[in-house]
Design a protein around this ligand. Structure first.
Ligand SMILES: *Cc1c(COP(=O)(O)O)cnc(C)c1O
Length: 480
């Protein structure tokens, strides 16, 4: 058998040469984007065209150009004019930890397949538990995303709260969870995966500021009980994704305690506010939660995808998935915190603890205080700039770095404004200088910015508003 290809693929010299080249490319990319030198956040292309391009590249392209071509043809989260979805512009050091994980490829399911990264995972999750305000009996682990972490938390909640063990005996009585109607869709999805069905997702209405209306909790609960549903958990959003508004965690905690419910905090986006001296009050009450989710790849500057799931009572962190798998999982005497697949949904996962550790070790907790506070400050500032501008209207004064607003003009109805704002967003996407997204709240179409980038300034925000206004005028003119 000729193994020349394998020798080529594992050549240390080729790796060294290409690795240096890639780091140089990314460092140049960081310079060009963060300095504002590059004039596009996204070079928009239709899916069919992009598909065509890459199909052709596979046949005719030069692989020496692959890295730079991908960089050029993708969305630039390090550009200060990137204000779109909630993914962080990766801190370079954390990206390097990602490379290390990709190369070493320890599978993390059992201690032997990731000794350092398993021990490190214990250290970073302990650190997060402490910062939340949990005691030393708290435990956590890392998993692949907020979606999976929320599902895992609700599975743990059901295991802990419901006497009839669904894990062993299948479904018994109808079960339900309570959550705000503005919560991330993955909570609804998790409940459906768990077989709770539509009836098992009790959606609590929101107030005018889009936070959970806690005055309605008791009535929602009683109605569900009358319908024969056993509620076992309630989820607070910190904050909710569309609006960036936090639920009142203190109030939800009180309600959960009154009815003996599991209290889960979905802090995928804003749980990181535990590190901000100025904004930690947004998550007041988080220390009362039974479980908390915090995404590393959102407000903690890490590569996609890594999420911490933290339990107030550490005992719950390893009882969710009780299974035998003799080829992998040994029965243990004590708490074998280091055999992570017993706790996680995944079997194999990346050595994601490295991203967390390198940032904590290199820059200390202070970097997360700086990041969250700086981004949230800018969100508040953007809210004020919009409020002072008669051409724009805020959906709600921002409580974080998520800002929803729309372009307005007296001559148009809400329906017409919805169409206009949708058209503006499409035009801006195709233009590509800025990248922002959109959402609909109570039937009104809003433009939505999440200010993720540490290099974004008020100047960029003012330029965005100017561009939107100019675009709106052009759209209106083209209609006449
Ligand atoms: C982003 C988000 C999620 C989903 O997390 P992923 O890491 O994208 O799976 C869940 N809940 C909230 C509140 C979010 O903002």
């Amino acid at each position: 058998m000729d193994t020349s290809l394998l020798k080529k693929a594992y050549s240390p010299e080729a790796f060294r040469e290409q690795g240096h080249r890639l780091v140089d490319l990314l460092a140049d990319h960081l310079t060009d984007t963060s300095s504002g030198k590059s004039n596009k956040t996204i070079a928009w292309n239709l899916p069919e065209k992009e598909h065509e391009y890459w199909a052709d590249f596979l046949e005719n392209g030069n692989e020496q150009n692959f890295f730079q071509t991908v960089i050029a043809r993708t969305t630039h989260v390090h550009n200060p004019k990137y204000m779109g979805h909630q993914v962080a512009p990766t801190a370079p050091m954390a990206a390097l930890a990602g490379l290390l994980s990709s190369f070493l490829n320890n599978g993390m399911a059992v201690y032997e397949m990731g000794m350092s990264s398993s021990a490190i995972e214990r250290i970073v999750t302990d650190l997060l538990c402490k910062k939340i305000g949990f005691t030393t009996s708290a435990r956590g682990f890392l998993t692949s995303g907020g979606t999976l972490a929320n599902l895992t938390a609700l599975l743990s909640a059901r295991k802990a709260q419901v006497e009839h063990d669904v894990w062993i005996s299948g479904h018994g009585e109808p079960l339900g969870v309570m959550v705000s109607e503005e919560a991330h869709y993955c909570v609804d999805r998790a409940a459906r995966i768990m077989g709770l069905g539509e009836q098992g997702i009790i959606k609590v209405p929101v107030k005018t500021d889009y936070s959970m209306d806690t005055s309605k909790l008791e009535a929602c609960y009683q109605k569900a009980v009358e319908d024969g549903i056993r509620i076992f958990a309630i989820v607070g959003s910190a904050p909710s994704t569309a609006t960036g508004i936090y639920d009142d965690l203190d109030e939800i905690a009180k309600f959960a305690q009154k009815h003996g419910l599991w209290f889960h905090v979905d802090g995928a986006h804003g749980g990181a506010a535990i590190f901000s001296k100025k904004y930690s009050s947004t998550v007041k009450g988080i220390e009362c939660a039974d479980s908390v989710v915090i995404d590393g790849h959102k407000m903690m500057m890490m590569p996609i995808i890594t999420t911490a799931l933290l339990f107030k009572n550490g005992g719950h962190s390893h009882t969710t998935f009780s299974q035998k798998a003799d080829y992998l999982l040994e029965q243990a005497e004590g708490e074998d915190w280091y055999n992570l697949a017993k706790r996680t949904f995944e079997c194999t996962k990346t050595m994601m603890s490295l991203y967390w550790f390198i940032l904590f070790k290199t820059y200390g907790n202070a970097i997360f205080d700086e990041y969250v506070t700086h981004q949230y400050d800018l969100g508040q500032r953007f809210g004020k700039i919009i409020q002072e501008n008669p051409d724009f209207e805020l959906a709600v004064p921002p409580a974080s770095n998520i800002v929803c607003f729309r372009y307005i003009t007296d001559s148009l109805s809400d329906d017409e404004l919805n169409i206009l704002n949708k058209t503006i967003r499409k035009a801006l996407l195709e233009d590509g200088e800025f990248y922002m997204v959109q959402t609909t709240l109570k039937g009104i179409h809003y433009l939505r910015c999440t200010i993720m980038n540490p290099f974004t300034t008020e100047v960029h925000l003012a330029q965005l508003l100017q561009k939107i206004k100019k675009t709106a005028k052009e759209i209106e003119l083209s209609r006449v």
